[in-house]
Design a protein around this ligand. Structure first.
Ligand SMILES: C[S@@+](CC[C@H](N)C(=O)[O-])C[C@H]1O[C@@H](n2cnc3c(N)ncnc32)[C@H](O)[C@@H]1O
Length: 280
């Protein structure tokens, strides 16, 4: 939360209320999404107006009124103040993304991870992004690696359409191929044995897709396996992540290159990513 906003909310909220509010603020382009605790709901308009008045780049404030849910990983939003629109443009690592915050998944909190994976890609790699969303990983990777090819799959047609638009917006449409469909079917039908690298950024369910990810790989390749791990702290989640990844890839000849804690996603719940080298 911007420092100035903290000060402004200090005059709208009690110090306890402001502390509670702290972790629940995301800005995507000119849209702000806040999670308002039940006890602060009566003050939601005051809070949203304070945000619009003090965050110069914000035009709209939505309250998130459901968890991120369903196959498409979207959330219900309620307009609290500002323009009634859910489409915005977000900038990251010299890339631009059109995002529909109501119809597609998007998190600004994964930008470090997108950059890290883009930095691992070598010359002439073929990459399969199984859960591409609006193309965040695909575009950041393609922008940084001119010789790669990225097959960018998503089953949500709204996300897949924005993926295609974002590839064009960032002038990487010659190497990002947007495919709308179920990753399992798309890989089985047309991408088996093609990839040097597979991205699996669906931490809630990635485990179910391990066979498809390995099927997409060439004889040897790397899978970036995302998972949610319940643990008492960051270090414990990393250790647990290593153990769980070994179990998940047990039937394959694999070697774990590293496990990284991406972020804390809830009380005692962490998102991890394991970089797994797999030989078929
Ligand atoms: C957590 S989001 C990640 C999106 C993107 N990688 C990002 O970080 O911005 C997971 C995405 O997987 C898609 N998805 C879920 N099940 C799928 C499936 N079986 N095949 C392809 N895409 C799927 C959802 O529509 C959603 O856009």
């Amino acid at each position: 939360m911007p420092h100035m906003l903290k000060q402004v909310l200090g005059s709208t909220l009690t110090p306890e209320e402001a502390a509670h509010f702290h972790s629940a603020f995301d800005q995507i382009g000119d849209i702000v999404i806040i999670k308002i605790p039940d006890e602060l709901m009566p003050k939601k308009k005051l809070i949203a107006d304070a945000i619009l008045a003090n965050v110069k780049t914000a035009k709209t404030v939505f309250a998130q009124v459901s968890p991120v849910r369903g196959d498409y990983r979207v959330r219900d939003l309620e307009l609290v103040a500002g323009e009634n629109r859910t489409i915005t443009e977000y900038k990251e690592h010299a890339c631009r993304f059109k995002v529909d915050v109501a119809k597609t998944y998007f998190s600004p909190r994964l930008s470090t991870e997108r950059q890290r994976i883009a930095g691992m890609v070598g010359e002439n790699e073929t990459i399969v992004n199984m859960f591409a969303g609006v193309g965040t990983y695909s575009v950041v990777i393609a922008k940084a690696n001119k010789t790669c090819r990225v097959y960018s799959i998503d089953s949500n047609s709204a996300a897949s359409e924005l993926d295609r638009i974002n590839a064009k917006l960032n002038k990487v449409q010659d190497r990002v191929f947007s495919i709308c469909g179920d990753a399992v079917e798309v890989i089985k039908d047309s991408l088996a044995g093609q990839a040097d690298r597979v991205l699996m950024p669906l931490p809630e369910r990635a485990k179910e897709f391990v066979d498809s990810a390995v099927l997409a790989l060439k004889e040897k390749g790397i899978a970036h396996y995302f998972a949610h791990i319940k643990a008492d702290g960051k270090k414990a989640s990393q250790e647990m992540g290593l153990k769980i990844t070994h179990e998940t890839f047990a039937k394959y000849d694999h070697h774990i290159l590293g496990v990284r804690v991406v972020r804390e996603v809830g009380p005692r719940m962490f998102q991890i990513v394991a970089d797994v080298s797999v030989r078929r």
